[in-house]
Design a protein around this ligand. Structure first.
Ligand SMILES: *[C@@H]1O[C@H](CO)[C@@H](O)[C@H](O)[C@H]1NC(C)=O
Ligand SMILES: *[C@@H]1O[C@H](CO)[C@@H](O)[C@H](O)[C@H]1NC(C)=O
Ligand SMILES: *[C@@H]1O[C@H](CO)[C@@H](O)[C@H](O)[C@H]1NC(C)=O
Ligand SMILES: *[C@@H]1O[C@H](CO)[C@@H](O)[C@H](O)[C@H]1NC(C)=O
Ligand SMILES: *[C@@H]1O[C@H](CO)[C@@H](O)[C@H](O)[C@H]1NC(C)=O
Ligand SMILES: *[C@@H]1O[C@H](CO)[C@@H](O)[C@H](O)[C@H]1NC(C)=O
Length: 407
């Protein structure tokens, strides 16, 4: 029997969509939901926004503690930011299943943690010492606490070698540095932080604008800022000066959103977002969209890309972007096809010829999925995307096999 072309295509398309939709390799919230004894730990992974950070990693070990051990931590009345630091110290950036824990070379290893990876930790703090004792006991301790072993391995909760391992350890690992009170966000000087990291022009413009107050008013409740780099904003200054006072304020506020968004959250929540400039009928919104490993911000006039993380300390995140975001509400004129002065998009810097959706002809995918173009892998280090690319190829191969078997 031969597979009719229509049937084959339906198969290809549905398998393709299935494979493209699963961006994340695992879901820590779902894994822990099976263990009611770990509900407090699970809850705090969600409220501290660590869950998406964990889901975005390809090789990871989560050292979970039960509800009683979490109660000990919570009785210290730490701020949510300190709790986030403590919990991120319990996420090891390597795979340690039960078997591997009992087979550690020379009986001891140091594991880097997510706390260490945030850059908040100083020196060697941020590493966990794992020691496999004689008799099969495996101990865990902060590396910088003089060799004290604070917790022991109890059991494995879930293992997907070598992607994610979730293990139960007896206690929270005490880490003075992670537990230290984090400076309140309202003590943060936004403009000097941006000035010191390549966004001086944007920061100085913000200082001279009423928008500075809007930004500062949002510091405690959650704020994400996208600041254009100095070259981009300098080129834009003549256009900025041309705006009315109100327009200037809106333009600046268009570069902030009134919620905290980690990079992992931006990657997993694509779509329209309001900004600090949004006010009733004045939408002032833009679209967040993945482009391979990169996160882009799109208005009708410009597509900017996130080029770096200037700061990420919940509830405040600051990212650098390569272009000034142009709201259509202020630059409508540039949208009309009148050829006169070229619109900002072209006038700016020469656009890097993005290879967006060029190479392999792809079946028309639905609007939600173009971000996961399996071809967009060049020079990207994101495993999740590579993973999908591999699945894409595998799906095509298996369908071809199937089809040839049927002939
Ligand atoms: C993970 O699982 C939880 C619970 O099943 C669900 O609410 C959440 O949306 C999932 N997250 C992702 C990113 O799929
Ligand atoms: C294990 O111990 C041996 C001998 O002491 C040493 O040469 C080797 O580097 C150690 N390996 C690791 C991974 O620490
Ligand atoms: C871990 O701590 C133990 C002491 O408890 C020490 O003997 C061992 O060398 C440490 N391991 C590493 C890799 O630093
Ligand atoms: C683990 O992740 C890799 C990609 O990084 C994937 O190919 C593999 O299927 C995953 N394993 C399991 C059991 O999910
Ligand atoms: C931040 O620092 C600048 C000078 O570096 C100062 O002008 C500004 O008022 C400060 N902002 C706040 C909110 O303290
Ligand atoms: C400023 O506005 C005027 C009048 O609307 C326009 O002719 C001029 O091109 C604008 N300059 C810039 C740099 O956009």
């Amino acid at each position: 029997m031969q597979l009719r072309p229509a049937t084959a295509w339906t198969l290809v398309l549905s398998l393709l969509l299935l494979s493209l939709y699963s961006t994340e390799a695992h879901n820590i919230t779902r894994i822990l939901a099976k263990f009611p004894d770990f509900s407090t730990f699970n809850h705090y992974l969600t409220v501290t926004h660590l869950a998406p950070e964990i889901n975005n990693r390809q090789t990871i070990t989560v050292c979970a503690v039960d509800n009683a051990a979490m109660d000990d931590l919570l009785s210290k009345h730490l701020s949510i930011y300190a709790i986030k630091n403590v919990l991120s110290f319990h996420v090891l950036l390597d795979y340690f299943g039960a078997k591997k824990l009992h087979q550690i070379t020379n009986g001891t290893a140091l594991a880097a943690t997510m706390f260490q990876a945030t850059g908040t930790a100083s020196g060697s703090s941020g590493f966990v010492n794992i020691t496999d004792f004689k008799g099969g006991k495996v101990g865990f301790g902060a590396e910088d606490n003089g060799g004290k072993i604070d917790a022991v391995f109890v059991k494995s909760l879930e293992e997907v070698p070598y992607n994610i391992s979730v293990i139960h350890i007896s206690k929270i690992l005490p880490t003075p540095e992670a537990e230290a009170p984090t400076p309140g966000p309202s003590q943060l000087n936004l403009t000097s932080a941006m000035s010191a990291h390549g966004c001086r022009v944007f920061a100085e413009t913000l200082l001279a604008s009423d928008a500075e107050k809007t930004f500062n008013d949002n510091l405690d409740g959650g704020l994400t800022v996208f600041c254009p780099g100095d070259d981009a904003f300098k080129n834009f200054l003549p256009k900025y000066k041309n705006l009315t006072a109100e327009g200037k304020q809106s333009l600046m506020e268009f570069h902030g959103i009134p919620v905290y968004q980690s990079l992992a959250m931006l990657k997993s929540n694509n779509g329209l977002t309001n900004t600090l400039a949004t006010d009733g009928a004045s939408k002032f919104d833009f679209t967040v969209q993945n482009d391979g490993e990169e996160v882009t911000l799109k208005t009708k006039l410009v597509t900017a890309k996130i080029t770096g993380t200037l700061m990420d300390e919940q509830p405040v995140a600051i990212y650098t972007i390569d272009k000034v975001l142009l709201p259509k509400e202020l630059f409508k004129a540039a949208l009309t096809p009148a050829p006169a002065p070229a619109p900002e998009k072209e006038a700016d810097s020469p656009k890097p010829s993005k290879k967006k959706h060029s190479s392999p002809p792809e079946p028309d995918s639905p609007a939600e999925s173009p971000d996961e173009d399996p071809a967009d892998q060049t020079a990207d280090s994101n495993n999740a995307v590579r993973f999908n690319g591999a699945r894409f190829v595998a799906v095509i191969l298996s369908v071809l096999c199937l089809a040839s078997l049927q002939m």
